[in-house]
Design a protein around this ligand. Structure first.
Ligand SMILES: [Zn+2]
Length: 680
């Protein structure tokens, strides 16, 4: 970019001073690797530009867009030569991405990071081309000859691509699963080796330099974030870099004091590039929540990537861009990296309203970072683990094993809190894919707590020998014409005889509909039955609860358990059920009838901090927030960081209820209750 364009950019940031603490430079705007001469030429320019940014008080670093490369674009101007392209199991290749296990590519990576470190950045980011799936036009990689040779050493078996495919897909379920898990171990090691090479290269030149990694939901790579963070931290002998301007960085230095490790940053991402389907933003927050849940506490600087690629301003509103950063902070981030500006040499006028909006929201982000900290969200946990990709045939059905992860989101948007790890969660949402990836100990532990699930999962649990803990079985379902009708059970409150008709003839959701549940223990209690359009009973029990001998509580729903949950009666029933399953250990939830996502943390004993999002195009009037606290006041911050103090309206068991001032459509609030800091 010409000097003048960079001066214009700095002028825009200076005009809205405070919009950002950091300016980070992309090494490229196309995704394959660049020839090393071109990297050198760019880094020579970056030396100056980084110095200019730092002179204005910004921290400044480089984001290496292409380490192994990604996609096939700009190939005539990209790295070529004796490098092995990433290869799929059929032998297909992506010419824009090279195998990280190829020694020639490793030599290139060494030179690349030497050049980048020499440009004297404050930090270096590794972008998310470092992955093993989605290098277009391919799906899963890398099955090149180097990778097969490494796997031969790891497994003791000499596979060809064809014989590996056969073994991964056509062995008995147990053998194939074991081999798929072994392949995930192999993939984890491939990424670790590459990150270790980067760490050693950078820290040999610049001891202690912070290294960051951008990720997504990296199931096929084995989701080894804790170990990858360790690899990037290295074991440096020198003091860590001084990061005076950043609170998060300073806290991180404290966390690392006494260790030999360098700071590690993380940039979790996901796909939400434009706002025509706003719920995609919440889905990305859940993806990000999972990513953050695996990071060790020493990783303090966690910036969600807010990506508006390809940077056409009207594709995502300034408002939604600002809300998105706050939503991902709710799910676990301590900051945001805005990848939202044009890469073209053209005036920045159209981006100024966006920059201005982010500046206006800055104080709110700071409040969120301070109050939410690195505490983990507590609430309803959609069960998954690092071996999730091995739970199914990832060669022929690559999406199946992770397909359940979006299904709990309709329950969450009823105003129930999301969690991303088993530890500390209040209720487990259990799916067949979850069970397929869990060990017997993990399954038993889940069933000793609170579990909400569907009949497919119930059947699987019973097949695996857990019927004594589930308390019930299921008969063949009725494929059409079932209507759910609530019983006069206390958990249904005032909604006995209310009906929910999900129109089976329209919404044909296989496996989830029209079941008859049979009690194998008389203590099972019925929450709903099914009737047809004439009122005739088709199932005397379609939704039931059971408390087992471990003290675990389970609720099985045999009629649209994961969707069509948005009526008043169903929404209220689900909240009662979740409170019962959790034995009132939900830290907070929305007791009123609103479409709200919330993330709840306990940053320290006695304090609860809640990020909540009105996920509706109607304002949320009379939003009644139930918080497990004895405190009589809640502090509510809007997105302009304006504070209002709300007194509890009443008490409901362990919960105090706070009625919030109206929350505008697709807008967030931060609510802080109890044991407040003096700095408030
Ligand atoms: Zn390879």
């Amino acid at each position: 970019m010409p000097d003048q364009r960079y001066r214009d950019l700095l002028a825009l940031f200076e005009k809205h001073k405070g919009v950002t603490d950091e300016i980070t430079f992309f090494s490229s705007f196309t995704h394959p690797d660049l020839p090393i001469e071109e990297i050198k030429r760019r880094c020579d320019i970056l030396v100056q530009r980084i110095a200019q940014a730092k002179a204005l008080g910004y921290r400044s670093g480089i984001n290496v867009l292409s380490t192994m490369g990604h996609h096939e674009e700009n190939l005539p101007n990209s790295l070529s030569g004796n490098y092995t392209p990433v290869t799929d199991i059929g032998g297909g290749v992506c010419r824009g991405s090279f195998c990280p296990n190829d020694p020639n590519l490793q030599q290139y990576v060494r030179q690349l990071y030497q050049c980048v470190a020499a440009a004297n950045p404050d930090y270096i980011w590794v972008d998310d081309d470092v992955r093993l799936m989605g290098h277009m036009p391919l799906g899963l990689t890398c099955f090149c000859d180097y990778c097969l040779a490494i796997f031969e050493k790891e497994s003791g078996t000499n596979y060809t691509r064809a014989s590996l495919r056969a073994a991964l897909t056509a062995g008995g379920p147990r053998e194939s699963t074991a081999l798929r898990k072994a392949w995930l171990v192999h993939n984890r090691a491939t990424i670790t080796r590459l990150l270790t090479l980067i760490e050693q290269t950078v820290h040999a030149a610049k001891p202690g330099m912070p290294l960051g990694f951008m990720t997504g939901d990296r199931f096929f790579e084995g989701y080894d974030f804790d170990h990858w963070a360790e690899a990037l931290a290295g074991t440096n002998q020198s003091p860590v870099y001084s990061c005076e301007r950043q609170d998060a960085a300073a806290t991180m230095q404290e966390a690392l004091a006494g260790t030999n490790q360098s700071p590690v940053y993380w940039r979790p991402g996901g796909g939400f590039y434009e706002d025509s389907t706003p719920s995609g933003m919440v889905g990305k927050s859940h993806d990000i929540g999972r990513q953050v849940s695996l990071l060790p506490p020493s990783v303090r600087l966690i910036q969600s990537e807010i990506e508006n690629f390809p940077y056409q301003r009207l594709k995502k509103a300034a408002h939604m861009t600002a809300v998105e950063a706050a939503s991902h902070m709710g799910a676990g981030c301590s900051g945001a990296a805005f990848n939202v500006l044009s890469g073209n040499d053209e005036p920045l006028d159209e981006f100024e309203p966006l920059v201005a909006r982010l500046r206006q929201t800055r104080a709110f982000y700071d409040l969120m970072a301070r109050h939410l900290g690195r505490a983990q969200p507590i609430g309803l946990y959609t069960a998954w683990n690092k071996d999730q990709a091995a739970a199914g045939d990832f060669i022929n059905h690559p999406g199946w094993a992770m397909g359940h992860l979006g299904q709990g989101s309709q329950i969450l948007e009823a105003g129930l809190p999301a969690a991303y790890q088993a530890q500390g969660s209040a209720v487990t949402l259990l799916f067949p894919q979850s069970v397929a990836a869990m060990s017997p100990e993990e399954i038993r532990k889940a069933l000793a707590g609170g579990v909400y699930t569907d009949v497919e999962t119930l059947n699987l649990l019973n097949q695996l020998g857990y019927q004594e803990l589930t308390g019930m079985t299921a008969e063949q379902p009725h494929p059409v014409d079932c209507i759910e009708e609530f019983t006069a059970h206390p958990l249904n409150g005032p909604f006995a005889r209310r009906q929910r008709d999900c129109r089976q003839s329209f919404y044909r959701v296989s496996g989830y509909v029209g079941y008859v549940l049979k009690k194998s223990d008389p203590k099972v209690e019925t929450l709903a039955r099914l009737v047809d359009y004439s009122g005739k009973e088709l199932s005397s029990c379609s939704m039931a609860t059971y408390e087992n001998k471990l003290g675990g509580r389970i609720c099985v729903s045999g009629y649209y358990p994961w969707d069509h949950l948005h009526s008043l009666s169903k929404s209220a029933q689900m909240k009662s059920v979740m409170r019962w399953l959790a034995r009132d250990r939900l830290p907070a939830y929305v007791a009123s009838y609103h479409k709200v996502n919330l993330w709840v943390r306990e940053p320290k004993s006695g304090r609860i901090a809640i990020a909540l999002l009105n996920a509706s195009f109607d304002a949320a009037d009379g939003l009644d927030l139930a918080v497990a606290t004895s405190a009589g006041e809640a502090r509510v911050f809007d997105m302009q960081a304006k504070e209002q103090v709300i007194r509890a309206s009443n008490t409901d068991g362990p919960y105090r209820r706070f009625v919030l001032p109206a929350v505008e459509p697709w807008t967030m609030r931060l609510v802080v209750v109890g044991a407040c800091e003096a700095s408030f």
